[in-house]
Structures are given as structure tokens and as C-alpha cells.
Design a protein around this ligand. Structure first.
Ligand code: COA
Length: 260
């Protein structure tokens, strides 16, 4: 697939998606969001891909936000459509996907950039990363799920302060708040993301997907997460990988999962 705004490469079971608009600090315009939708969907469907690592091209930005130049002409109805389509086609797609998605935050993750990272299942930041939701400085609020996912990740009080002030966090403060899982030296960022991903890729795929679904259910309005867990737990008993995992444990050998 030939993309204009992103790069997508499948290597050793990992799909590397790189936002590639360095001159605009990798800002998410409509075309980039459409390509992200296509690339993420393709990676979820590809049997040789076990997970996705998303990062930004260059040393300055992961993603510096939605593309502000596309906002100027929008009215109320178009603003709602932009947020609704983006949430559905990219951010919710990633969060609810069956395969792990890791954000490797290599620089600025602002506005839609932090929202993209928060839709991922795990976030790893480079030391130089700066994270924030500066939308209020433009007279807006976050529209790609930021008010919800930031609150879920760091709690209401801190989310309120970060969004209302528009302040940026450095990587260390983001780690202290639980907004990112790890902070690494800039040049070690991708290696750390690969280390975490490769550990997950050793686990059976259907169980990984079941865990993602059950954990996500804990934060879904109108969904009983405990019931989701019961259902996903039960389904695991019907998989070949479960039989192999238990048989291997009892025989004191390493499991060989088919669904890897
Ligand atoms: N949308 C569109 N273009 C953007 C952008 C965005 N979110 N963020 C950066 N750019 C563009 C700039 O317009 C500039 O383009 P130009 O060279 O054609 O003028 C280029 O990227 C480089 O950005 P610049 O502002 O010159 O870099 P900087 O180092 O001075 O500042 C930031 C870096 C991240 C602090 C600054 O770019 C910024 O504040 N960006 C917007 C962040 C934001 O509000 N995001 C939320 C959007 S809802």
C-alpha cells in the first residue's frame, strides 16, 4: 500500500506505523487520519502481524495535534462530524482492536497526538517527549476522546488542570501521573517498545485479545466489565492455546502456541 502521510512496515510480527509529516510536526490532517484507519485495519487483519508500534517521523514530534489549518472553515455541524468520524475511525478502532498497539512517543504529543497515544494500549515516552492538551488555547476542547481518556488515565483533578491550563508535561511528570508506562533515553525508545511488544507476542493471540476486551470493558459506560470478563474468560477454555498452555505447564515444558 502506498501512503502519502504515513509509513507502514511489517517486520518480524510487528507493524510499524510512522506518522510522516515532519514539516508539520506530524499533525493529523484528514488524509493522515484516513491512512491511519487503513493501515491499522490492515494490521489487525494481517495474520502475520501480532501488534502495532506507532511513532512519529523525526526527532521533534510524535504528533503535534490535529491539523489546525483544517479547522478554520468549520462550523458547528462540521466540527461535530470531524470529532465523531475521527473517534470512530481511528481512536476507538485502535483502543478496541484485537492486537496490542504501543505508542512510542518520540517528541511532542499534543492535542490529537496525545489523544492518539492515549487510544493505544501502552505508551512509552522518550526523555524529550512533551505531552499536553492545548486545545483551550485555540478556543476548543479535545475532540478525539481526550477529555475521557485523560480522565481515565490520570484522574479527574489532574485531567481538569492539564486541559484547563493547556500546560505541557515532561516525560518524567507523565510517568509519575501514570500517563505513560515507561520513559526511555531518546535513542532507546523503539528498542523499549519492541521489548514490551515482543514479550506480548509470546502470549497466545486469542488470550491477548480477550484481555484487551475485558480491560477496556472496565471503563465502558453501560457495560458490566465483570460480566465481560466472565464471558472472555470462558471463551479462552474453547481455544487450542489454552489446552496447550495447561498441558505444557503440567508436563513442565514450554508451551507452543498456535495462535502466535
Ligand atoms: N497543525 C498544523 N500545523 C502545525 C501544527 C498543528 N497542530 N503544529 C505544528 N504545525 C506546523 C507549524 O504551523 C509549522 O508550519 P510552517 O513551517 O509551515 O509554518 C511547523 O509545523 C513547525 O511548527 P512550529 O510552530 O514552527 O515549531 P515550534 O518548534 O516553534 O513549536 C509547537 C512547536 C509544538 C510548540 C508548536 O508547533 C505548536 O504549538 N503546535 C500546535 C500544538 C497544538 O495546539 N495542538 C493542538 C491542536 S488541536
Amino acid at each position: 500500500m502506498n501512503y502519502q502521510n504515513i509509513l507502514a512496515d511489517n517486520i518480524n510480527g510487528i507493524c510499524y506505523i510512522t506518522i510522516n509529516r515532519e514539516s508539520k510536526l506530524n499533525a493529523l490532517n484528514k488524509a493522515t487520519l484516513a491512512e491511519l484507519h487503513t493501515a491499522v485495519s490492515a494490521a489487525f487483519d494481517h495474520r502475520d502481524v501480532g501488534g502495532i508500534i506507532i511513532t512519529g517521523w523525526g526527532s521533534k514530534a510524535f504528533v503535534a495535534g490535529a491539523d489546525i489549518s483544517e479547522f478554520a472553515a468549520l462550523d458547528v455541524r462540521e466540527g461535530m462530524a470531524l470529532a465523531r468520524d475521527g473517534q470512530k475511525n481511528v481512536f476507538n478502532l485502535i483502543e478496541n482492536g484485537p492486537k496490542p498497539v504501543i505508542a512510542a512517543i518520540n517528541g511532542f504529543a499534543l492535542g490529537g497526538g496525545l489523544e492518539l497515544a492515549m487510544a493505544c494500549h501502552i505508551r512509552i515516552a522518550a526523555n524529550r517527549a512533551k505531552l499536553g492538551q492545548p486545545e483551550l488555547t485555540l478556543g476548543l476542547i479535545p475532540g478525539y476522546g481526550g477529555t475521557q481518556r485523560l480522565t481515565q488515565l490520570i484522574g479527574k483533578g489532574k485531567a481538569m488542570e492539564l486541559i484547563l491550563t493547556g500546560d505541557m508535561l515532561n516525560a518524567t511528570d507523565a510517568l509519575l501521573l501514570g500517563l505513560v508506562n515507561h520513559v526511555e533515553a531518546d535513542e532507546e525508545l523503539i528498542a523499549k517498545a519492541e521489548e514490551v511488544m515482543n514479550k506480548i507476542l509470546q502470549r497466545p493471540r486469542l488470550a491477548v485479545a480477550a484481555a484487551i476486551t475485558a480491560i477496556n470493558a472496565s471503563l465502558k459506560h453501560g457495560v458490566d466489565g465483570f460480566e465481560t470478563e466472565i464471558s472472555e474468560f470462558g471463551k479462552c477454555f474453547g481455544t487450542e492455546d489454552f489446552k496447550e498452555g495447561v498441558a505444557a505447564f503440567l508436563a513442565k515444558r514450554k508451551p507452543e502456541f498456535k495462535g502466535k
